[in-house]
Ligand binder design. Structure first.
Ligand SMILES: [Ca+2]
Ligand SMILES: [Ca+2]
Ligand SMILES: [Ca+2]
Length: 225
């Protein structure tokens, strides 16, 4: 009986820890990058971006935003998001409601964003600026809004730190794109904190990383002949 109880307790513990795990292995995976953001917003730690992560596996592209503190009641109507630039000749103007009112956000092609209402997540969106090509639909020059359903499949609060983690199917993005993170006031469209631009690794670098061990083994075998 004691043994059974212990096994059951271990199984429950395992389930709990799996449920709370980060989606991406931010510690060990080689397919990741990190950009630190300075302590440059004075108005509140929950709006302060400390760092931004990017990662990729066989299925998803991952983003992670580390904050100075977790959002609370006082962070009503805030947006926490990643702004993606995948098409140099198209994208949303800064006059658009989902784009912060700052020229550096002009030309945003995709947004992955989480909206808070009284400190709780109210919704999470993947929005694609429709330019007539690729997945999605009209209106031309407008957002094709693919609401995440359920939210938990694409967004979660980090358990390994203070912040958020998102994932987007890799098939819905080009392999090569730039992005930046921001916290901003939805409605006023003013950014609290903005990170520097970051890029996914060069496609050639990515191909080498993805080939990994098999390519090295093949090369060694060739050398030995
Ligand atoms: Ca910052
Ligand atoms: Ca663009
Ligand atoms: Ca900043």
């Amino acid at each position: 009986m004691a043994r059974f109880t212990l096994a059951w307790a271990l199984a429950v513990l395992l389930c709990v820890s799996l449920a709370n795990a980060d989606w991406f292995d931010w510690t060990n995976s080689v397919h990741k990058s990190f950009k630190a953001d300075p302590d440059d917003y004075a108005g509140g730690d929950a709006k302060e971006i400390v760092g931004l992560w990017w990662g990729r596996d066989d299925t998803y592209d991952y983003f992670r935003m580390d904050l100075g503190a977790l959002p609370t009641l006082g962070d009503y109507a805030d947006v926490y998001g990643i702004y993606i630039y995948s098409n140099p000749s198209d994208g949303a103007p800064v006059s658009n409601a989902y784009v912060p009112d700052d020229p550096i956000f002009a030309g945003t092609d995709q947004i992955v964003a989480t909206y808070l209402t009284f400190g709780s997540v109210s919704s999470s969106h993947l929005q694609d600026w429709y330019d007539g090509s690729g997945p999605g639909g009209g209106p031309m020059g407008g957002w094709y809004d693919t609401n995440f359903t359920p939210i938990g499949d694409y967004f979660q609060q980090l358990t390994s730190g203070i912040g958020y983690e998102w994932r987007i199917p890799t098939s819905s993005l080009p392999l090569d794109y730039g992005f930046r993170g921001t916290t901003f006031n939805f409605g006023a469209q003013t950014s609290y904190d903005i990170t520097d631009w970051d890029d996914t690794p060069e496609p050639s670098t990515w191909a080498l990383l993805a080939l990994g061990l098999p390519a090295i083994v093949w090369y060694r075998r060739r050398q030995m002949k």
